[in-house]
Structures are given as structure tokens and as C-alpha cells.
Write a new protein. Structure first.
Length: 139
């Protein structure tokens, strides 16, 4: 059973949750992003909300597809910054880095992320995890 998170208040600029490393967890990440954006005052269905949700869905799907270690979860973090939202997805496969430049032949996911985000990249903070992040313009 997936956890039922409570959205943060509009004053809290960070939302973080661990989700199961399954397709269901990836779908839930997208829905929770939309819910959190609405709590921050970004209307559901707006261009900004749709862009953040698309980026969240792609990064979460990549974590489940390419970053899966059986029995390990992935972490979704949304950070509200001035004029943008930073989406971070952390998985347990630091040795599997995304390409530095999205490639058309490798799928469209990172091309979509690059199209929606002002900046995106990845960080390996330790030997057990990597974080792929994107910053999406958001009023």
C-alpha cells in the first residue's frame, strides 16, 4: 500500500516523499506533484503545472526503469524557488547516469525534460544514490 501523504502548506517550500520503485510509484509521483503545486497556488492544468508534472513523470519513470534496485524506493522532492520549481528524483543506481545531452534515439523522456526545464542535470552525492533534477519556470 502506498503512503498517503499530506500536502505541505503553501508556506513550506519543500515537498519530499519516498515512493515504491514501481510503475505505480512513478504514476503516483506525477499526481502528487500536481496536488502539491495546487497547494502552492499553481492551478491544476496551467502551463506551469503541466510542465512540472511532465518533468516529474519522466524523471520518476526513468528512476523506475533505469535506477531500480529490487526492494529499494525512489525519492521525489519538489522545491519551490523564486520563479521556478526544482524537481528532484533520487534512485539507488549512481553508476547509471543519464546522458549529458538528451539523445533522440534513446527515447524522448529527457528531450521532454530539456524542453520544459530551464536547467537540468544530475548529482551523485554518495556511492548509494544519484539525483536527477530539473528546474521548471513557474510563477
Amino acid at each position: 500500500m502506498e503512503p498517503t501523504p499530506t500536502p505541505t502548506t503553501s508556506a513550506d517550500p519543500r515537498f519530499t516523499l519516498r515512493l515504491s520503485g514501481t510503475p505505480r510509484g512513478a504514476r503516483l509521483a506525477r499526481h502528487l506533484a500536481a496536488q502539491q503545486l495546487a497547494a502552492w497556488g499553481v492551478p491544476y492544468g496551467s502551463d506551469a503545472s503541466d510542465a512540472v508534472c511532465l518533468v516529474t513523470a519522466e524523471l520518476a519513470a526513468n528512476a523506475v526503469t533505469h535506477g531500480l534496485v529490487p526492494g529499494r524506493d525512489f525519492r521525489l522532492s519538489l522545491l519551490r524557488l523564486p520563479g521556478r520549481v526544482r524537481v528532484e528524483v533520487t534512485d539507488a543506481r549512481p553508476e547509471r547516469l543519464p546522458p549529458t545531452v538528451p539523445q533522440a534515439g534513446a527515447g524522448r523522456g529527457l528531450l521532454l525534460v530539456a524542453a520544459c526545464a530551464d536547467r537540468w542535470g544530475h548529482e551523485v552525492r554518495d556511492v548509494c544514490a544519484k539525483t536527477v533534477w530539473a528546474e521548471v519556470p513557474c510563477p
